[in-house]
Design a protein around this ligand. Sequence first.
Ligand code: SAM
Length: 207
Amino acid sequence: MVSIQATSKKYRGRKAETYDEIRTRQQRWTLENKAVEQMLDGMQGRTVLDCPVGTGRFLSLYWRMGMLPTGADISDEMLALARKKLRGPEQRRLTTLAHVSATELALACSENVLLSRKGYDVAVCVRFLDLIDEEAMRRVMIQLFQVTRERVILTIRLGDEYVPKSNTATHDRLAFNRLVKSRGWCVEESRPIFDAGWTVMQLGRKK
Ligand SMILES: C[S@@+](CC[C@H](N)C(=O)[O-])C[C@H]1O[C@@H](n2cnc3c(N)ncnc32)[C@H](O)[C@@H]1O
């Protein structure tokens, strides 16, 4: 069984150091990058909250799109690796990297300490929801909905197609859809990657 407590402590030391090296070789990594880039279409110049930002995987994409990124993560080591990707004063000026938990985004925004009081146009949450338990996934989704105005892009595993391993989870599809709807959002696009329930999703406000 996965838990948010275990995942919050996991990305340290060697796990952080070797993170990019191992994952950038995966086909899933490339497919996710492509899907996220396409789902960001139309968001040029907008503010984006990437949580968890990890090693700053999407930072170069945000800068290329003229977006204003804020990355939040609980691991100082992952944040330090993301910080290393900032090149020059312009990228430093445009980018905020903050030690904030995904379960405390709304608080961090309301206190305006690390995150923007005004919230964000877009939120990106990739490779996280399948690493936390169902209850934590709901808490994180609610936080993302609270601090985002227009679009949430996420990855998740839903349904029974996937047999969870000790370090990954799959979430209840119906319960997830109900949660999205009850918060005034809808699934605008859902892109399966391979056939084991792994999906990149774009959510928008219900019209
Ligand atoms: C698999 S990585 C994903 C990083 C990035 N989104 C990517 O696609 O490469 C999971 C990340 O979640 C972060 N994390 C774990 N628990 C967290 C929490 N409670 N709040 C914010 N970040 C957390 C870890 O530090 C790690 O950087």
